[in-house]
Ligand binder design. Sequence first.
Ligand code: GTP
Length: 283
Amino acid sequence: ATSTNGFKVLLMGRAGAGKTSMKSIIFANYHSRDTKMLQPTNHVEHNSLRFLGNLRLNLWDCGGQDQFMENYFESQRENIFQHCEVLIYVLVAARDKNPGNDERKKDVEYFKDAIESLTKHSPNATTFVLIHKLDLVHESKRAEVYRQVKEELLTVAPERAQDRITFMGTSIWDDTLFKAWSKIVAVMVPDPDVLQAHVNFMCQQLMADEVVIFEKNTFLVITRAHTKEMPDQYRFEKLSNIIKQYKLSCQKAKTNFRNFVVKNDRFRAIIAPRCDVDGRDDV
Ligand code: GTP
């Protein structure tokens, strides 16, 4: 259920975990390399984003320095954790294993505080844990590091919260970030089963190979139906990047587009808005 003020989403994790980077890439069209210039977030930065036409997503980007984190679990606890729909907890996959280095310990401790506070103040909220910066772990070790971190975090989560936690491995340098955020925003879609049924129907009636619903501003994938296995598993993220770039070029030329068709002799892709009953573009 959504509160009338929209969805409250907490973005939390220690300093430098990559929270503001992902927010800027997904919602503000930053390129991954631009995130190197980001400054640490002071306290909580609030963003109110329009989403899926008329939904509002209130994103609380919670600065991760220790003095801020401690505040969230003490004096600010109720204010931060009440009326939440989603908690996104971000932590760095690879931590230095030097003896005396307690970085991982702190990640786990803060996660425990966060999930306990959430369970108390917003018991129905969903949690996503992003085991992030996986690009910094050698490919051969990624699965193992991911599994270890996940197990470590699960042991400190209250039992009744465990089936509300989804773990995902991410990096701003490949398509995993886009996939993870597509999964996160899917939680906010009203009546997902109805939408899925409509998309399935549309796909069959049109005899399309695939129908995909993208969110208009972020170009994240909301849902899809297909009648054929599609060849390129990175196609959604590629398409999203291309359209976002195209939108930026249009903005520079002070123009916009409503729909367009790309075709060659093998395929045809049609990009069109879904209109609501008043004829306004919705998705
Ligand atoms: P606070 O605002 O202090 O809480 O930090 P934050 O979690 O918002 O971190 P921020 O997004 O500012 O990122 C810190 C640094 O991590 C930046 O230099 C990013 O470029 C880098 N970074 C973010 N995501 C990734 C990733 O997936 N891989 C790598 N290698 N670096 C990343």
